[in-house]
Ligand binder design. Structure first.
Ligand code: ATP
Ligand code: MG
Length: 562
């Protein structure tokens, strides 16, 4: 079971190991400014793991001076799409970062081609006619050396000729590759004559049909860093073995010495951080799209109501690690609550309505009562008028026919305060034939009005409400974690087996304060006692739809302690 990180463990803060390296480099005068890059492959939407990398790369140059490039790693013509490029740009900006240059590895195809020729001229690369299976067969194992390819001895002249013809489209996909000539007995398997170029007759989203050979990751990535004079090229741990090749290529090409540093991938419990697997969820209709609010894609979290501040706070708290571990989803939810508590506007909404009639309130009378917009706001959020009347919706769960011990809400004969309004006493209730409660009848105490209470009566519980005549109907979507297990990809079988069947609950008839009909996408609310909510992109004034961003308390902690 992977270790989880809790909020408490992340409290202490010092410099992370990358900051230490940078401070050392700056002290030694190695660089005048720090240049980093965020290098997504445009083959899907960004997720919470990418947010971590974005906050790190952009955060470092904000802190130490310099800049960050957004570089699309678009060297694989088959999987990349413009839709993904656009969504990635939107997501990075939404997180609050601005890149210096928008760049594409494909912009460097001409330069990379020249680099390949330089290597051939230096006798450091050759064209190999072996198939990928033949290459693999001669690769050896970590404990056994590999064997030289029969094509390894080709002359520079012959290699130059063949490589040019590869480029000209004379050969079929997979029939030839360009390989670095390093050492087939190297202890690092990646240094055993790695493939630098492959043939792929495919249309590229930016270069069209200009190329039919494409550089492999190792040639493209490091050399792109070098072209951009990236000082600190930060990637995840799986690239540790690539560093040797990264350095070899820069050394042999005699180009700007960018340096690669690795940190641990960020994985979160109860979710997936892999574009490929997220794509599977979308394609197999387990979710309604990349921005489904249950997805921990940036667009999904945005639609769900998470704020960029809370995601940045989360990334900051989890920091940078050298070893992989799982981060607890509760920490992300904690960060979201913390921020929303400060900024969300308080409103009343009843999600599971039952009617409450105040029998001694004058029929057809209405009045305005005043309720706080946000007592937690820095500048005191002020108050708003809410329409009150003798017929209200309250939550069904706020009434108990036979109350349990310490029940401070409504029950026969019990007293509660209606939020920002009056104290009421339950006198009676009506049931239908099936035994469902259809109406609760109460009396109210006119002298108990909030802000002007002279009744001398103390009600232990307060419940929220909306006036039936003044409320608007709304659809409310409640989300829960998308998976039932902490690490869905670490369990047996396909990860989709562990999808939480109750991750989405739709309430068709909730009642909200009337003004919420005009709520705009991006507005943040706390529905009192119910959680944080935001209008969905599907919302219209005629048919308001709200997403629950997060509950008020961590309900999962309770579950696991049972
Ligand atoms: P995926 O498997 O989701 O496609 P990836 O690493 O292939 O992830 P890229 O688009 O290549 O995705 O990644 C862009 C940058 O984001 C890289 O520098 C990568 O290291 C970083 N990154 C991706 N996933 C994570 C993660 N879970 N935690 C931290 N950084 C990540
Ligand atoms: Mg990738």
């Amino acid at each position: 079971m992977p270790k989880t990180k809790t909020a408490a463990m992340t409290e202490e803060k010092g410099l992370n190991f990358i900051e230490e390296i940078i401070e050392e480099d700056l002290k030694n005068g190695k660089y005048r400014q720090i240049i980093t890059r965020f290098p997504p492959e445009p083959n899907g939407y960004l997720h919470i793991g990418h947010a971590s990398s974005i906050c790190l790369n952009f955060g470092l140059t904000q802190k130490y001076g310099g800049y960050t490039n957004l570089r699309f790693d678009d060297t694989n013509p088959v999987t990349e799409e413009t839709e993904f490029v656009e969504s990635i740009k939107e997501d990075v900006r939404w997180l609050g970062f601005e890149w210096k240059n928008e760049l594409y590895a494909s912009d460097y195809f001409d330069t990379l081609y020249q680099y390949a020729i330089t290597l051939i001229n230096k006798g450091l690369a050759y064209v190999d006619d072996s198939s990928s299976e033949e290459i693999a067969a001669l690769k050896g194992t970590p404990t056994e050396p590999g064997k030289n390819s029969p094509y390894r001895g080709r002359s520079v002249h012959e290699n130059l000729d063949l490589f040019e013809r590869m480029r000209n489209g004379e050969f079929k996909d997979g029939s030839k590759t360009l390989r670095a000539k390093i050492d087939m007995a190297h202890s690092n398997m990646l240094m055993r004559d790695p493939v630098l170029y492959r043939i792929k007759h495919a249309h590229h989203h930016r270069t069209g049909n200009k190329w039919c050979i494409y550089p492999m990751y190792d040639l493209a990535h490091g050399q792109s860093d070098s072209i951009e004079k990236v000082t600190h090229s930060i990637c995840t741990l799986e690239f540790v073995p690539h560093r040797e090749l990264y350095d070899w290529l820069i050394e042999k090409l005699e180009i700007y010495p960018s340096r690669q540093y690795e940190f641990a991938r960020r994985n979160l419990t109860y979710t997936i951080t892999s574009k490929r697997k997220l794509m599977q969820l979308v394609n197999e209709n387990h979710v309604q799209g990349w921005d489904d609010p249950r997805m921990t894609t940036i667009s999904g979290m945005r639609r769900r109501g998470f704020t960029p501040e809370s995601i940045r706070d989360f990334c900051d708290r989890i920091g940078v690690a050298k070893r992989e571990n799982m981060v607890d989803m509760s920490l992300l939810e904690f960060c979201v609550r913390e921020h929303l508590n400060k900024i969300a506007i308080r409103r009343m909404a009843v999600l599971d309505p039952v009617k409450l009639v105040i029998t001694n309130y004058p029929k057809d009378q209405t009045e305005e009562v005043w309720s706080e917009n946000n007592p937690e706001a820095e500048n005191n959020g002020g108050t708003r008028p809410v329409m009150f009347s003798g017929e209200l919706w309250i939550e069904r769960e706020d009434f108990m026919e036979v109350p349990v011990k310490k029940w401070f809400r409504l029950a026969p004969g019990a007293i509660v305060r209606l939020k920002s309004a009056y104290i009421i006493k339950c006198e009676n209730y009506i049931k239908d034939k099936e035994g469902n409660i259809t109406e609760i009848q109460c009396s109210y105490i006119p002298e108990s009005r909030s802000g002007n209470d002279t009744s001398g009566i103390h009600a232990k519980g307060t419940i929220h409400w909306v006036s039936t005549a003044h409320a608007a109907k709304a659809e409310v979507r409640l989300y829960d974690r998308l998976f039932t297990v902490e690490n869905p990809t670490g369990e047996e079988g396909d990860f989709t087996r562990y999808i939480n069947p109750n991750s989405l609950q739709i309430i068709k008839e909730a009642y909200i304060e009337n003004s919420l009909k005009e709520a705009k996408e991006g507005n943040k609310y706390q529905f009192i006692r119910k959680g944080y909510f935001t209008p969905d992109k599907d919302s219209t004034p005629e048919h308001p739809v709200f997403n629950r961003t997060v509950t008020l308390k961590d309900t999962w902690v309770k579950e696991s302690r049972k």
